[in-house]
Ligand binder design. Structure first.
Ligand SMILES: NC(=O)c1ccc[n+]([C@@H]2O[C@H](COP(=O)([O-])OP(=O)(O)OC[C@H]3O[C@@H](n4cnc5c(N)ncnc54)[C@H](O)[C@@H]3O)[C@@H](O)[C@H]2O)c1
Length: 314
């Protein structure tokens, strides 16, 4: 199967995630069927789509014509057999394992063998959800972030039987609809980014519970300090740009002190980490380009500073 063979999309579950996932596919030209339990829920889903598209228009992102075309590519149905005609289906129903398993088994029986079935689960792995399906090669996880019609990043993760072809097609399809797919290399409950996000969230709540700061100040601090930098750099690039990799001994000592923050790190993973840190290399930034990248980062950050906080200073 090639990317061009994917012509029709199905979305199971038109709730907070499904409606936005459907917008995204339809916006970039794919006829998309949204399946949910009954007409009342589907009507609400259609209203959410309309509102989402209206905001795109009023923010100048798309034209009214484009919004109308997008809406007209969507079909809302409570008839599950309408999903069977699609080449690629994303499941975004309630986060209950038995419901997801049942839906996967039903879709497996209904759809032709080439159909790829993806799950947007937050926390289960494909070994759980897809346990009973015959098409082990054609199931995959795609984890969107809310609101999914405009947050670009989507995690893509394999199940035990997912082929490279399915994984790569899913990756390419997401790029086709202007998402930014991120590969997760092994089954990991909670995925990669959800795990990072959850770690930040739980430490924030712990610090609030310990009386370290108010809820408002925790949010203010995150948004205006390291969060302010995040549109341009994540933790790995930040480490590269900071130059810490040039001092592997200091880095190892600091990491050793912070081991307490990595409970449960296996011996194998610790060994891998220490060996890598001791190498004295960057994570991925070309050391010869660091000055140039810092300047690009700084210029972008100053544009954000102007737009969000300072305005123009005369
Ligand atoms: N909300 C988030 O921020 C977020 C982010 C990433 C992933 N997820 C995951 O996406 C999935 C959907 O989450 P949500 O927030 O959209 O939930 P939601 O409750 O808003 O929507 C779920 C929809 O699925 C429908 N549904 C339930 N059982 C169904 C079934 N058997 N067949 C068809 N439709 C069914 C419900 O009627 C509802 O409209 C969950 O697995 C969730 O963990 C959520």
């Amino acid at each position: 199967m090639k990317l061009s063979d994917i012509k029709n999309i199905g979305v199971a579950g038109g709730g907070a995630m499904g409606f936005g996932i459907a917008i995204n596919f339809a916006l970039w030209g794919y006829p998309t069927v949204v399946f949910d339990l009954n007409d009342t829920i589907l009507e609400k889903s259609a209203q959410r789509v309309k509102k989402g598209l209206d905001i795109f228009i009023t923010e100048g992102l798309i034209s009214r014509k484009r919004a109308d075309e997008t809406f007209n590519r969507l079909t809302f149905t409570s008839d599950i057999t309408r999903l069977a005609d699609n080449d690629y289906i994303t499941e975004a129903i309630v986060e209950r394992l038995t419901d997801k398993q049942e839906l996967f088994n039903t879709l497996d029986a209904l759809c032709p063998p080439q159909t790829i079935i993806a799950s947007n689960t937050s926390g289960f792995v494909m070994s759980d959800i897809g346990k009973g399906v015959k098409r082990q090669d054609k199931v995959v996880l795609t984890h969107y972030f809310s609101p999914p019609h405009f947050v670009p990043g989507v995690e893509v993760a394999k199940g035990p039987g997912t082929t490279d072809e399915t994984f790569n097609l899913t990756y390419d399809l997401l790029k086709q609809v202007k998402k930014i797919p991120v590969r997760v290399l092994k089954e990991c409950p909670g995925y990669l980014l959800n795990t990072i996000q959850a770690a930040l969230g739980s430490v924030a709540i712990r610090l609030w519970a310990e009386g370290v700061a108010s809820a408002e100040d925790i949010d203010l601090g995150v948004r205006t300090s390291f969060g302010f930098r995040h549109p341009h750099e994540g933790p790995m690039m930040h480490a590269d740009l900071s130059g810490a990799w040039k001092r592997p001994k200091d880095l190892l000592a600091a990491r050793a002190k912070r081991n307490v923050q990595m409970p449960g790190l296996s011996e194998e993973a610790r060994e891998r980490l220490y060996t890598r840190l001791a190498d004295g290399r960057t994570w991925f930034v070309d050391p010869d380009n660091i000055d140039e990248i810092i300047e690009i980062r700084d210029r972008e950050a100053i544009r954000r500073l102007k737009e969000l906080y300072w305005g123009r200073v005369d």
